[in-house]
Every structure is written in structure tokens, then in C-alpha cells.
Design a protein around this ligand. Structure first.
Ligand code: BES
Ligand code: ZN
Length: 456
């Protein structure tokens, strides 16, 4: 594909400029104050298709709009559905950013901004892989459909509903997603598995008002103390989650998979050093990589209550609360987890407080068969662009809609992330390597050619 590669090379700096333009839109889906920015970001994506003379649709949802576009029909050729998300996570804590989150900055070969890797930069590679074909050849060798949503970071409710009602429109042979990581720098990967998630807010309500902790402490249950002991009771001394039946549906790692994971060049000490810790606790009997990718977990994502101001205030607060999540593995069912959580909380809640559970998003885990022609096509495209055959990995994160694609469209996902583990996703100073951005574009353009070879 010399002409296409040449086009990608000679337009590289414009592609970076466009990435920066996209990153300047503060499309934070969780924050209602950014509703207009969400529309602007959707419009920006639609503009990418319009410049190629395609006719994108902006599809409204109860939340943020989605963008849909498709290329002219190539009969007899496979159809790939490209999925990505233009929404980003909140940016707090702001004071930890070296440069403002929505002022993209080049630093050490990376672009630093919220959304750089998750997912605007990665998503853009597939828009540019499309552009290269359209501008150079005037056509694609396969059928492409794009569905770009604005609610991934808040659970994908709008897209879920859309697929339930319009699965025909998205019918495809495979789904292409770049919203994850390579295994390491210079080690691209095809991701075979994602964890699922079940997310809740827990509220603990105690006395009808804040009380003097001297006058009342020890005689009235303190909601913060109660919350601490409840959270502690959700994991046992071996690091196992204590919800009834929690492990019943878990698909265990096979010996072969454990060997494959162990064969990846992963140094636990280096891994801990990278995040600045000197060790960790976790589920007994599993390596750090197994715990991350293939074991279910419990984490508290936020906790509050009581006095947080300067100095000391002796108070027994009336309420406390936490945001908690379980990461799930394939075959665990989020609805069953919700029921089991309520059962377990009833056991753990001491007298004197009442507990309230609010359900947020839930999604099952995903496991993708390794030996499909689509995976092989992706491996070839990656090798072409990155100069090395990909390794097979899993990821600890979740992309809720992938299961729905599988169940409702009967299509498996090609999870080909161009990011790195240390890209600071969801955290301050998110970044994306510009070299990987350009390699990703080349791999995308090559992928369309490779997929076109597949006999249906
Ligand atoms: N890009 C991530 C998913 C991801 C994370 C893939 C890490 C590979 C490694 C995605 O945008 C994300 O953050 N998903 C959320 C989903 C949740 C809000 C339902 C997640 O995993 O927390
Ligand atoms: Zn994310």
C-alpha cells in the first residue's frame, strides 16, 4: 500500500493538529455542565465523515448523542463495525496536571490531555485509516460502519438501547475497537479478554443529626465506623470477595492460559515500582497479572463523611457513603452480583445504621476466541505497522458494549489498543504516544485491506 502509506506520512502533522482540536473539546460525559461540549464533540466527529463526502447521522439518546456513518457498499466483502467513544472522564484532581487537561501539549513524544489515549487519539486512528483510503483510492476494499458514542465512561445506556431497537443497522462480521493498551512499548497486543463491572453507591445513615462524639460516641453507632467495617467485610483474609456465590460462575484460567500469561515478560517488582508501591495484597494463589486480568475484585472508588475541614472537630456524623465496584470476569452476571451484594450487606450492617444501595452501571466480562480469521487479519495489520507480531493479552478494564455486540450482533470484537499501561487513563496527565498514534493509523489502513481478504 505504498500510496496509502505515503499519504499517511505526508499528512502526519495535520493529523496531530486535528487530534489537538478534538482534545480541546471538554467532552466529560459524567458532568451535566458539559452537555453542549458533548454535542460539539459529536459534531466534530461527524465533520470527519462529511469531509470524505460520507453522510454521518447524529443520533440523539436520552443522554449524549452518537455518531453513525457507513461507507459505500462493496458487495461480497466483509463488514466491520468500528466502535469508539468521544466522551472522557472527569479531570479532577486539577492541581495534579502539569498542563491544563483540555490544552493538549506535546511532551517527550506524547500528547498530554484528557482523552488523549482514552479514547479520542485511538479512535481517530480509524478515522484517518478511512481517510487515507478514500483520498488515495476513492473507495474502500470492505464495508465499514462507524458507531461513535458519548456515554462509554458512564455505562453506554444510549447505545445499549439503540442496539436493542436497531440491530440491523449495525449488522457486521466483526467489531474493531482501539480503546486499550499494548502489552508494553514496542510490544503490540491483541486483547482476548476484558473484565466486566458492577458499580454502586453505598449510603450509611445513622442518627438524625450530627452528634457530639464525646457525649454520644460509643453509645450510638458511628456511620463512618460502620461503613469501614462493612467494606472490610466484603473481602476476607485471603483477598477473596465474600458475597454469597460470588465465585460460582467464574471461568477459571486454564493451565494453558496460566502458562501463556507467565510467559509474558512481566516483572512484578517493576510493575509495583512504576506505580510507586513496594508490594501489594490480593487474592491468594494468583500472580499480579492474573489478578489484574482474569480474577474478579472489589474496590472502593470513593468514600466520604464527617469532618474534612482544617484542624480537629469532635463529631459523630449522621451519614457516610462510598462508591464501590466489583470487576467481574467472563460468565459472572452483574444482576446476580447486585442481589448477592444486598444479601451480604444485610449480614454486615450493624444495628443503629440503615444502608441504602444505588445501582450504577453493570457489564459482564468478555472472552474472545483466539483463532478466528479476523484476529489473524488484525495480527497481520499490526505486524505491518508496528514491526512486530502482537502478543495475546487480556485487560482488567471494561468496555461494557462489547458483550452486547457479541450477543445482539453475533460479532466478536477485535480489541487492538494502541495505548500503554502508563498512559494515565482516568488520572491526571493522561497521554498518548504520537509514534503509536501514527502507527495506529497505518495499522488501521492495513486492517481494511487484510479484512477484505477474508472469504465469507
Ligand atoms: N478504555 C477503557 C477501558 C479499558 C481500560 C480498556 C483499561 C483496557 C484497559 C474505557 O474507556 C473505560 O474506562 N471503561 C470503564 C467502563 C465503566 C465506566 C463502565 C472502566 O473500565 O472503568
Ligand atoms: Zn475510560
Amino acid at each position: 500500500m505504498p500510496d496509502i502509506d505515503q499519504y499517511i506520512e505526508s499528512n502526519a502533522s495535520r493529523f496531530e493538529e486535528e487530534l489537538c482540536e478534538f482534545l480541546r473539546i471538554p467532552s466529560i460525559s459524567a458532568d451535566a455542565g458539559h452537555k453542549e461540549d458533548m454535542i460539539r464533540a459529536a459534531e466534530w466527529v461527524a465533520g470527519q465523515f462529511r469531509r470524505l463526502k460520507l453522510s454521518p447521522e447524529i443520533i440523539p439518546t436520552a443522554g449524549h448523542p452518537m455518531v453513525y456513518a457507513e461507507t459505500p457498499t462493496v458487495s461480497g466483502a466483509p463488514t466491520a463495525l468500528v466502535y469508539g467513544h468521544y466522551d472522557v472522564q472527569p479531570v479532577e484532581p486539577l492541581d495534579k496536571w502539569i498542563s491544563p487537561p483540555f490544552e493538549p501539549t506535546r511532551r517527550e513524544g506524547n500528547i498530554v490531555a484528557r482523552g488523549a489515549t482514552d479514547d479520542k487519539g485511538q479512535l481517530l486512528t480509524h478515522l484517518k485509516g478511512l481517510e487515507a483510503w478514500m483520498e488515495v483510492e476513492g473507495r474502500l476494499p470492505i464495508n465499514l460502519k462507524y458507531i461513535i458514542e458519548g456515554e462509554e465512561e458512564v455505562g453506554s445506556a444510549g447505545l445499549e438501547k439503540f442496539i436493542a431497537e436497531h440491530s440491523d443497522k449495525l449488522a457486521c462480521n466483526c467489531v474493531v475497537i482501539s480503546d486499550g493498551s499494548q502489552f508494553a512499548p514496542g510490544m503490540p497486543a491483541v486483547t482476548r479478554g476484558l473484565r466486566g463491572i458492577a458499580y454502586y453507591e453505598l449510603r450509611v445513615n445513622g442518627p438524625n443529626r450530627d452528634l457530639h462524639s464525646g457525649s454520644f460516641g460509643g453509645s450510638v453507632t458511628n456511620p463512618i465506623n460502620a461503613l469501614a467495617s462493612i467494606l472490610n467485610g466484603l473481602i476476607d483474609k485471603d483477598g477473596r470477595v465474600t458475597l454469597p456465590g460470588f465465585y460460582d460462575d467464574v471461568v477459571e484460567l486454564t493451565d494453558r492460559e496460566r502458562k501463556e500469561l507467565a510467559a509474558l515478560p512481566f516483572d512484578e517488582k517493576e510493575y509495583f515500582a512504576q506505580v510507586g508501591v513496594d508490594g501489594a495484597i490480593g487474592e491468594a494463589g494468583y500472580t499480579a497479572l492474573e489478578r489484574r486480568w482474569a480474577r474478579p475484585t472489589f474496590d472502593c472508588c470513593g468514600i466520604w463523611g464527617g469532618y474534612q475541614g482544617e484542624g480537629a472537630k469532635t463529631v459523630l456524623p449522621s451519614t457516610a457513603a462510598a462508591k464501590i465496584s466489583f470487576r467481574l470476569v467472563p460468565n459472572q452476571n452483574p444482576a446476580k452480583i447486585s442481589a448477592a451484594l444486598r444479601t451480604r450487606l444485610a449480614e454486615l450492617t450493624p444495628p443503629g445504621v440503615k444502608i441504602e444501595v444505588i445501582d450504577f452501571h453493570g457489564a459482564p466480562g468478555v472472552l474472545i476466541p483466539p483463532d478466528s480469521p479476523y484476529v489473524e487479519a488484525a495480527a497481520r495489520a499490526i505486524e505491518y505497522a508496528f514491526g512486530r507480531r502482537p502478543v495475546f493479552t487480556r485487560e482488567g478494564g471494561s468496555i461494557p458494549i462489547v458483550t452486547t455486540f457479541h450477543q445482539k450482533l453475533g460479532a466478536d470484537a477485535l480489541l487492538i489498543g494502541w495505548g500503554q499501561d502508563d498512559d494515565n487513563t482516568h488520572s491526571p496527565n493522561e497521554k498518548f504516544s504520537l509514534a503509536d498514534f501514527h502507527r495506529g493509523i497505518r495499522a488501521s489502513a492495513k486492517l481494511w485491506e487484510e479484512l477484505a481478504q477474508i472469504q465469507l
